[in-house]
Design a protein around this ligand. Structure first.
Ligand code: ZN
Length: 290
């Protein structure tokens, strides 16, 4: 039979560990966070404390100020992997099919890992590695993900022009990759994608004036895929609406939440446009098309 003292100690230990466990789940205020996690001064509450790997994973199961950011990019990973691969023309255009699937899944994987583990107790260095992973996901989307659009638009143009566009797009994307991996400020991170974006604008003009190829029915989504993500990035950069109502949209509807939903909508447009372009390439007769 255990003596009273050890039973009491046992209870105390139990109580203490429960208390400790409870403390882990307590959410913090902006001013309690380390500098590298104070990136949005208008979000006051709901911050997870620094946690272990398992603590971060566990944070999937309670509400905090990153929950919406995590879920809005976790759900598309499951949905895309379950629905998109069977739709792809793997036999006719296997490399463009790979570019598309990789391009529309990658941003969510990087973002999901970044938001889930941003508060891991490994210091600032790991935080910046996670941020690079997030950037890498966006870069794969903007580079590989856009190759089907570049190919479709130049599909029926003379070979030299086709290759000039494709090589230029790849080189500017490589430059963007270097910039994305070495960027230190949020504005620098956004500008990494400016040059490939400029090429896409030129390709849109080519499509608009019917010089280039691609399914004409995809045009609206070709525009929307960039327009909606630029609006999302601008809302994120301007911290709207929390700038106007500091501390009132900590858990939901803050600029990063809105940006997450808008970029999902933008990638949906990219998917619709690419699927139409891929189908167009499988049936087009270039000598008759131009
Ligand atoms: Zn994010």
């Amino acid at each position: 039979m255990p003596d009273i003292k050890s039973t009491m100690e046992g209870r105390l230990d139990n109580g203490e560990s429960k208390l400790h466990h409870r403390k882990d789940l307590d959410l913090l205020h902006w001013k309690d966070m380390p500098k590298h996690l104070q990136f949005n001064p208008y979000i006051f509450t709901g911050y997870r404390p620094l946690l272990t790997f398992w603590g971060c994973l566990n944070s999937l199961f309670y509400l905090h100020n990153e929950t919406i950011n995590i879920l809005t990019h976790a759900i598309p990973i499951v949905y895309i992997l379950a629905t998109v691969p069977p739709l792809m023309p793997w036999t006719q255009l296997w490399y463009l099919s790979w570019c598309h699937v990789l391009g529309i899944v990658s941003p969510w994987v990087g973002s999901f890992l970044y938001h889930l583990f941003m508060n891991i107790e490994r210091g600032e260095k790991i935080y910046y590695r996670l941020l690079q992973l997030d950037m890498l996901g966006i870069w794969i989307n903007q580079s590989f993900g856009a190759i089907p659009m570049v190919t479709a638009t130049t599909y029926c143009l003379p070979g030299v022009i086709k290759w000039i566009f494709l090589i230029a797009y790849c080189l500017l994307s490589v430059w963007g990759f270097y910039k994305a991996m070495t960027a230190w400020s949020p504005w620098e991170r956004r500008l990494c994608f400016l040059l490939p974006f400029t090429v896409r604008v030129i390709l849109c003009l080519i499509r608009y004036f019917s010089i280039g190829g691609g399914d004409p029915g995809a045009f609206t989504h070709v525009i929307l895929q960039d327009l909606v993500s630029v609006i999302g990035a601008a809302i994120g950069a301007m911290h709207i609406p929390e700038k106007w109502f500091p501390g009132t949209v900590d858990m939901y509807l803050n600029s990063h939440n809105i940006m997450h939903v808008l970029v999902v909508a933008a990638v949906y447009s990219m998917h619709v446009a690419t699927m139409r372009d891929l189908q167009w390439m499988t049936r087009v007769n270039c000598s008759a098309a131009l």
